[in-house]
Design a protein around this ligand. Structure first.
Ligand code: BTN
Length: 266
């Protein structure tokens, strides 16, 4: 199990991870953090688990991860923001996580990796997914009361040991480093980096999120298949807008905004 003392030694935050629950097994760390949020847990609370019996991905999918090898954790944020900011904060989470992992790989393993983003918040290396983020919020009137950010990072499960359906689409950090990674120091560095970045973004009103996100995206101009709740069609990706919504163009020339859906290259 993740060693909380080792984690704490490496943590130098004031907020993120100050309330930390490291569990051996749970249904889903997002379920747990949402429960804690309803009970009034403070911003920065973290729940991590070695194994999830019902790990959830976006759009009702499962998140599969072998026990004790990866990072599965949820972070509670309480930004005092309107609901329509939540998409942008979720994109920010992907930008921040990409930066944190790159910095970790450089500092601890001396390797340079360029992490790319796929809308809305998949982290890719060489076109394969190294991490996904599930954002779920509790809203009150038009305000965000709590935002649960759930991070699944493929750390120490090599590609060949992934379940068949993930073998060709997933990549672990160990595939890049060619050695096992220290999960405690990785999580601590992510939280250290994330807290600093979050405070800067909050102060600057999230001004740089969209341009920073765009720099890491290769999807613009791409032909894609879009799936919106079972409605499937082909289109071209044009851009993302100031709220972080995807702008796509259908074959009749019409431009549309996508708030939530699946986008796959064709
Ligand atoms: C996706 O790419 O679809 C998002 C995956 C998010 C998975 C993480 S693992 C920790 C947290 N708890 C969950 O049940 N899901 C998120």
């Amino acid at each position: 199990m993740l060693n909380k003392d080792r984690l704490n030694e490496k943590l130098n935050t004031n907020l993120f991870g100050k309330h930390m629950f490291c569990l051996e097994e749970i249904d889903s760390t997002n379920n747990e953090i949402l429960k804690l949020a309803r009970e009034g847990a403070p911003e920065g609370t973290v729940v991590c688990a070695d194994y999830q019996t019902a790990g959830r991905g976006r759009r009702g999918r499962k998140w599969l991860a072998a026990p004790g090898q990866n990072l599965l954790f949820s972070l509670l944020l309480r930004p005092v923001r309107e609901v329509d900011m939540s998409q942008k904060i979720t994109l920010a989470a992907a930008v921040i996580l990409a930066g944190a992992i790159e910095k970790y790989l450089t500092n601890y393993h001396n390797i340079e990796v360029n992490i790319r983003l796929k809308w809305p918040n998949d982290l890719l290396v060489k076109g394969k997914k190294v991490s996904g983020i599930l954002a779920e919020s509790i809203l009150r009137e038009k305000k965000i009361e709590a935002l649960a950010l759930g991070f699944g990072i493929n750390v120490n499960t090599p590609a060949e040991a992934q379940p068949d359906k993930l073998k060709h689409s997933a990549l672990s950090l160990t595939d890049l480093v060619k050695a096992p990674l220290d999960r405690e120091s990785l999580l601590a560095e992510i939280l250290n980096f994330a807290e600093k970045s979050y405070l800067v973004l909050e102060r600057s009103n999230y001004k740089k999120v969209v341009p920073d996100w765009k720099k890491r995206c290769d999807q613009f101009g791409q032909r894609v298949r879009i799936n919106i709740a079972g409605d499937i069609f082909d289109a071209q990706i044009n851009d993302i807008n100031h709220q972080g919504r995807l702008i796509y163009q259908t074959d009749d020339g019409q431009k549309h905004e996508l708030i939530a859906g699946d986008v796959e290259k064709v």
